[in-house]
Design a protein around this ligand. Structure first.
Ligand SMILES: Cc1cc2nc3c(=O)[nH]c(=O)nc-3n(C[C@H](O)[C@H](O)[C@H](O)COP(=O)(O)O)c2cc1C
Length: 606
């Protein structure tokens, strides 16, 4: 990664912070604030320390490697759309007819030889230093604690390499790893992920599972780790395809797992399938804490590294963060892979403020009634797409999916309760809104048809409508209507919740003449004037099978749930920065933010 640091200096306007900063909260807070800026940059922290443990680390921490779209594109070496084009070509490959077509195909086939990873017989640069088991001490690595309520320090950009019990399948997944002590890490592979499936095999066989975690090296390894490749396909194939260069792998020292030769740090070990340990809490990319839950544990056998390693890390929390840019590349690259199951799909967009899987907007060519529903069900049925909670589908006449104002206008002009449908399915391991973990509501909007005829019967101003509703229920404390120029203005109601919202919804039914779409949010920690964060909150908090009413108009309850609602699970809290840390960093001139910024991105509770 020293090469990567040099490359970022030359290509990425790398920011270097030499001031000694704590791996607990300080470094993560600086990176968190930076990546929310319009012109965000990667940051190298050259002097990480840990005040509580009295440690000065001898390696720097590199954060926000995927700091913006331009840098992400440079890391790929080309626009992700071009990678997608290459994949699409490959998927459409047909036997060539005639000598000319055959000759034209040769370079294409020739380049495919670079896709397959190469297993080298010698040691890699990542094995220049070998630390034997007796000397293993994870405290020597600058592992970050991002949030005050985190259960401990976590490796946040670990490439987790695993293989199936029979050794036939290999996998690279990016899963966070909690450091428990000097030689044990928690393996947060969620239940639907490939490493978890491998773990099941080892558990059934009663055998210890080898795991090797790599940190650093080519940033594309990191991106490949989070790419939702189909089960059984090694992510290093995708690496070879993008780079047009085989991944060069070397064998781990203490197990049979192969890892890229040029990563910075390698942690090898075994997971005993009999032992689970409580993992978390951890402030996650949903912007909420994920709660404590048992996960498998790896006991470290050895740590190897380059002579001058760099420790790569990321921070997750409320959007926008580095995963916005990684997610953007993923969305572009995977478009052609969705087309075999949804051939009339034109494009899709999973915005980071919908936490990716909470919201998909898709554009398609509709050929028959129910076509959009068919695609939604296809998505809800396959791979990681099945985690999607809310799907909005538009036809080919819709504006570009990134033109959010125009697109929302288009959708709202085509919305009616009859075009909304609700079903149930699998939800992301991290979803906190469903009544039971892993299974919850799905909401689909088929906006591929014509504009609806009927708009709101009598549109009232915010002031007049608020007055009426506040009179009805004094717990309604604010109201704002959006998109009043469309057939379906969206009315946001902010409440101080003292009863289940189903009761308020009932009371609101007589207002059908004035309201077409109503969304209820809590007063606390929501800014009614900030649509970016409202989308984040609403899509996170809703379970469509419980929180949506379609008659007499569309109503959504996006408030936090709890005892009041008979909600049985624990409802997690938001990720908030630590005020004293922000103040201190501001005083030192290491961040430069004002109260508007703090409120806009929900950095502190309000
Ligand atoms: C920064 C970041 C952190 C992530 N942390 C986890 C995690 O802790 N557990 C998990 O299962 N997935 C996590 N993911 C998502 C996985 O990396 C992603 O679903 C990947 O496709 C999993 O690979 P697999 O299908 O090979 O298991 C994370 C993604 C990113 C970008």
């Amino acid at each position: 990664m020293q090469d990567v640091v040099q490359w970022l200096k030359e290509n990425g306007n790398l920011k270097i912070i030499d001031e000694p900063l704590d791996v607990e909260l300080e470094i993560p807070h600086v990176a968190y604030v930076e990546v929310k800026m319009d012109d965000s940059r990667s940051i190298l922290f050259t002097n990480p320390i840990n005040k509580a443990k009295d440690i000065s680390y001898d390696m720097p921490v590199l954060m926000n490697i995927f700091a913006n779209k331009a840098l992400t594109e440079k890391i790929f070496g080309k626009h992700p759309d071009l990678v997608a084009e290459g994949i699409e070509e490959l998927l459409k490959l047909k036997p060539p007819k005639g000598i000319k077509a055959k000759l034209a195909m040769i370079p294409k086939l020739f380049s495919l030889k670079n896709v397959f990873p190469k297993r080298l017989k010698f040691k890699g640069e990542c094995q220049e230093v070998i630390i034997p088991k007796a000397e293993v001490d994870l405290d020597k690595l600058p592992i970050l604690k991002t949030w005050e309520e985190d259960g401990g320090p976590f490796i946040t950009m670990g490439q987790v390499y695993t293989q199936s019990l029979d050794g036939q399948m290999q996998n690279l997944g990016m899963y966070r790893l909690q450091q428990y002590d000097k030689n044990r890490l928690g393996m947060h592979w969620q239940i639907h992920k490939d490493a978890s499936h491998f773990f099941d095999q080892y558990q059934r066989a009663g055998k210890k599972m080898p795991v090797t975690v790599a940190i650093g090296g080519d940033p594309l390894y990191i991106w490949c780790g989070q790419a939702p490749m189909p089960h059984g396909m090694f992510e290093m194939l995708l690496y070879g395809f993008v780079r047009n260069k085989n991944a060069q792998l070397v064998k781990s020292i203490t197990n049979d797992i192969y890892i890229p030769r040029d990563v910075d740090i390698v942690i090898e070990g075994f997971v005993d399938p009999e032992l689970m340990e409580i993992e978390g809490p951890f402030g996650d990319h949903t912007g909420y804490y994920t709660l404590k839950e048992p996960f498998p544990v790896m006991e470290v056998e050895t740590i190897t590294m380059k002579k001058n390693p760099v420790f790569a890390a990321t921070v997750v929390g409320k959007p926008p963060l580095e995963d916005k840019y990684m997610g953007w590349a993923t969305e572009r690259v995977f478009l052609p892979m969705l087309k075999p199951m949804a051939p009339d799909l034109i494009d899709y967009n999973m915005p980071e403020n919908g936490v990716f899987h909470n919201l998909i907007m898709a554009k398609m060519k509709t050929l028959y009634k129910g076509h959009a529903m068919q695609f939604m069900h296809a998505f809800w049925g396959v791979g990681q797409m099945s985690f999607v909670k809310h799907a909005l589908f538009v036809g080919e006449d819709a504006p570009e999916l990134e033109e959010s104002e125009a697109l929302t206008t288009h959708i709202l002009s085509r919305l009616s309760p009859e075009r909304v449908f609700i079903t149930k399915g699998i939800v992301d391991h991290l979803d906190h809104s469903s009544e039971e973990q892993f299974v919850g509501g799905k909401l689909g909007v088929d906006a591929t048809g014509d504009e609806v005829e009927e708009g709101v019967e009598e549109l009232l101003s915010d002031e007049v409508l608020y007055e009426k509703l506040h009179k009805l229920d004094r717990h309604i404390v604010a109201l704002k209507q959006y998109f009043t120029h469309t057939k379906n203005p969206v009315c946001i109601l902010q409440v101080e919740k003292t009863e289940p919202m189903s009761i308020l919804m009932q009371k609101l039914e007589p207002f059908y003449k004035h309201i077409k779409v109503l969304i209820i949010i809590d007063k606390a920690n929501n800014d009614i004037g900030d649509p970016y964060m409202l989308i984040w909150r609403v899509t996170n908090n809703i379970d469509a099978s419980r929180d949506v009413l379609l008659k007499p108009f569309i109503m959504l309850d996006a408030t936090n749930k709890g005892d009041l609602d008979g909600f049985q699970r624990e409802w997690p809290g938001d990720t908030f920065c630590t005020k004293s840390v922000l103040d201190d960093l501001q005083e030192k001139g290491l961040i430069d933010i004002d109260t508007n910024f703090i409120k806009k991105f929900g950095l502190l509770a309000f």
